[in-house]
Design a binder for this molecule. Structure first.
Ligand SMILES: [Zn+2]
Length: 373
């Protein structure tokens, strides 16, 4: 037995499904799953029901999180075709602005240049007023985060460059995309990016075996695309899971199962298995699961927060062992190294020996989003 201690992880991309989809997840079950994975901060996406598109909806969601969460939670505001940029008065209380410009779950897809221009322009104006957290303004605003595949990627890069607005590209999957992001970074564009564990460890070659349990957006990519994520690792700022649970029943329905897979509690074992196999170093993991998300989103330091992991004995990930409400994982049956024994948040043991020990509501909501704003 060798137990190592790591700084507690941050997952900058989760869908905890509250409000609106209680059968899939809520702040209680989703943050419990996070602690089981050694994650003590999650950044929650806005495609809930209703979407997190106005200051009032941001505050309501934050109060739900404040009452139930067992780890810290930041909220993204979402750009919509109906509420437009109504979130702006609460810009400093969210971790960033999410814009969906490619195929996704829910109804937040933005496709017109008119709207894209508006969202980038008004967010940049808010940045002029508040400053940006990642540029050292503690009360500033976060980046624009985009789900931008194919030709929408250069559109977003250009808008971010024109307005000097920090831009974070979520779940990059293709060689062409990471090459373009690398080129933009070389030229000093204010762009950062993330890759998910499922896009690092699964490819189109796994798609038939997994069926709907391997269906997410962006889809699993080719082995060459996966190889590109590893080749360009130096340009990848962070790993984030895109934890996007749907029930097994929903995934197994014959007619159009919804895309998305859970992941918040399997990230650390999958990454530590890559460390075991000498594909990654521990420093690579900490740089992208702790330091990277903190830098990209300007997150506060977390004192006395760490995770203890047993790294010598292999074990098998199973559906049954998951803490997410939907109780399944695309990595079921996978042998891994890196069992989370204990998670500590602000000096309190919040997860130990397979059980969440934190009190509901002990997680904090970041940036004052639960206060009047
Ligand atoms: Zn997502």
């Amino acid at each position: 037995m060798t137990t190592i201690r790591l700084p507690a992880l941050i997952d900058a991309h989760v869908h905890l499904r509250e409000p609106g989809y209680p059968a899939k997840e809520d702040f209680a079950s989703g943050t419990a799953a996070a602690l089981a994975g050694g994650v003590v901060v999650v950044l929650d996406m806005p495609n809930t029901l209703p979407p997190t598109a106005t200051p009032e909806l941001i505050r309501q969601k934050a109060q739900l999180a404040a009452a139930k969460a067992v780890c810290d939670v930041g909220l993204f505001a979402g750009a919509t075709t109906s509420e437009l940029d109504a979130y702006l008065p609460a810009a400093a209380h969210v971790c960033g602005l999410k814009i969906y410009v490619s195929d996704t779950f829910g109804s937040l897809r933005i496709e017109s240049l008119d709207l894209m221009h508006r969202f980038f322009r008004t967010w940049a104006e808010a940045g002029d007023r508040h400053g940006y957290r990642m540029r050292g303004q503690p009360s500033g605003i976060g980046p624009i985060a985009v789900h931008a595949e194919e030709l929408m990627l250069p559109v977003c890069l250009a808008l971010s460059h024109l307005y000097n607005t920090p831009l974070h590209i979520v779940h990059v999957t293709r060689r062409s995309e990471i090459e373009l992001i690398a080129a933009a970074k070389e030229r000093g564009y204010p762009v950062t990016c993330e890759v998910t564990p499922h896009h690092l460890f699964l490819s189109t070659e796994d798609a038939a075996r997994l069926g709907p349990l391997g269906d997410m957006r962006p889809r699993l990519a080719t082995p060459d695309d996966v190889a590109a994520m590893w080749e360009y690792l130096d340009y990848v700022d962070l790993f984030a899971t895109d934890h996007a649970p749907h029930t097994l029943q929903e995934k197994q329905q014959a007619d159009a199962p919804p895309p998305g897979v859970p992941g918040v509690e399997t990230m650390l074992p999958m990454l530590l298995t890559a460390v075991h196999n000498e594909r990654l170093s521990l420093d690579d993991v900490i740089a992208r699961c702790v330091d990277g998300p903190r830098r990209v989103f300007g997150l506060p330091e977390l004192p006395d927060s760490y995770v203890e992991v047993e790294v010598d004995e292999p074990y098998t990930l199973t559906h049954e062992a998951m803490h997410t409400r939907v109780k399944w994982t695309p990595f079921d049956g996978q042998q891994v190294y890196g069992r989370v024994c204990k998670t500590v948040l602000r000096g309190e043991t919040v997860f130990q020996d397979g059980k969440v020990t934190a009190t509901p509501g002990s997680g904090r909501v970041l940036f004052g989003a639960a206060d009047e704003n």
